[in-house]
Design a binder for this molecule. Structure first.
Ligand code: ZN
Length: 253
C-alpha cells in the first residue's frame, strides 16, 4: 500500500501533465494565426502531380486554409493518364475540388509530355520549376504548398515537385514574400494510424498543423469518393486508415 500511493500520485501527475500539454498544443495549432501562416485573403497555390493527390493527401490543408479564408488555387501537373484514364480523371478532379471548395476557375491541369503520369519517368526539376513559376506569377500567389522530399508515398512525380519548388526557393526566383510549405511525410506506422496519430503530430508539428473536424473529415471522404476510377480496395482502406485524410503537418522551406 505504501508503494502504491506514490505510484498512483506519479501516474496522476503524468496524466494531468499529458492532458495539459496536448490541450496547450491543440490551442496553439487551432489559432488562426498559427505558425506565421499568411492571413485571410492570401492566394495559395497547391501543387500536385495527379488528380486525387488533393483529396488523398492535402484535404486537411485545403479545408484548413479555407477556414483561414485563403483563396486556394490548384495546379495539377498531369491528367493522371498512366492507364489512359486522363479524361475521366480530369472530371473526377473537378468534382473533388467542388466538394473541397476550390472553384473550377482556380484549377489548372497541365497536360504536357514533359510531365507524364509515370513513376518511372523523372521529371526535370528545372522544367517543372519554370512552369510552376509562371503559374505563381500569373496568379499573384503568396503561398505555395506541395510535397516534401519524401513525397508522402515516395512517388517520383511527387518528389519532382518538391525538387522544382526547392530550385525556385534556392535560386531566389519566387516573388518577394511568397512562402513555401511542404507536406511532411511520416513513417508507415504513423501513416495508417488515422486520428490516433494526433498526439505524435502535436508533439512533432513544427510550422503548421491542420486537423479536420468530424464534419470536415466526412467532406474529405466525399472528395476522395469522387475519384471513382481510383477507388480500388486498397485505396478504400487508405481512406479509412490514413492520417492524411484527417491530419496534415507542414513545414516552411
Ligand atoms: Zn500522386
Amino acid at each position: 500500500m505504501e508503494v502504491a500511493v506514490p505510484l498512483l500520485c506519479l501516474a496522476a501527475t503524468v496524466l494531468v501533465w499529458g492532458v495539459l500539454w496536448v490541450w496547450g498544443s491543440w490551442e496553439r495549432v487551432t489559432r488562426p494565426e498559427q505558425a506565421g501562416l499568411p492571413g485571410g485573403g492570401s492566394r495559395t497555390l497547391l501543387v500536385t502531380a495527379h488528380p486525387d493527390d488533393e483529396a488523398m493527401f492535402f484535404a486537411p490543408t485545403i479545408l484548413g486554409l479555407t477556414r483561414l479564408r485563403h483563396q486556394v488555387f490548384l495546379l495539377c501537373f498531369s491528367a493522371g493518364n498512366y492507364y489512359n484514364q486522363g479524361e475521366i480523371r480530369k472530371k473526377e478532379l473537378l468534382q473533388s475540388c467542388d466538394v473541397l471548395g476550390i472553384p473550377p476557375s482556380n484549377i489548372m491541369i497541365i497536360e504536357n509530355r514533359d510531365f507524364p503520369d509515370d513513376p518511372d519517368v523523372r521529371w526535370d526539376p528545372e522544367r517543372a520549376a519554370d512552369v510552376l513559376l509562371q503559374h505563381v506569377e500569373a496568379n499573384g500567389i503568396t503561398l505555395v504548398v506541395t510535397f516534401d522530399e519524401g513525397g508522402v508515398s515516395g512517388h517520383s512525380n511527387h518528389v519532382a515537385l518538391n525538387a522544382a519548388v526547392r530550385t525556385l526557393h534556392a535560386e531566389g526566383k519566387l516573388p518577394k514574400g511568397c512562402l513555401v510549405l511542404t507536406l511532411q511525410s511520416v513513417n508507415l506506422l504513423r501513416k495508417y494510424l488515422y486520428l490516433l496519430d494526433l498526439p505524435c503530430s502535436l508533439l512533432l508539428a513544427r510550422d503548421a498543423l491542420f486537423v479536420l473536424t468530424q464534419r470536415e473529415a466526412a467532406q474529405a471522404q466525399r472528395a476522395m469518393s469522387c475519384h471513382h476510377s481510383q477507388l480500388l480496395w486498397f485505396r478504400r482502406l487508405y481512406v479509412l486508415f490514413s492520417r492524411y485524410m484527417r491530419i496534415n503537418s507542414l513545414n516552411f522551406l
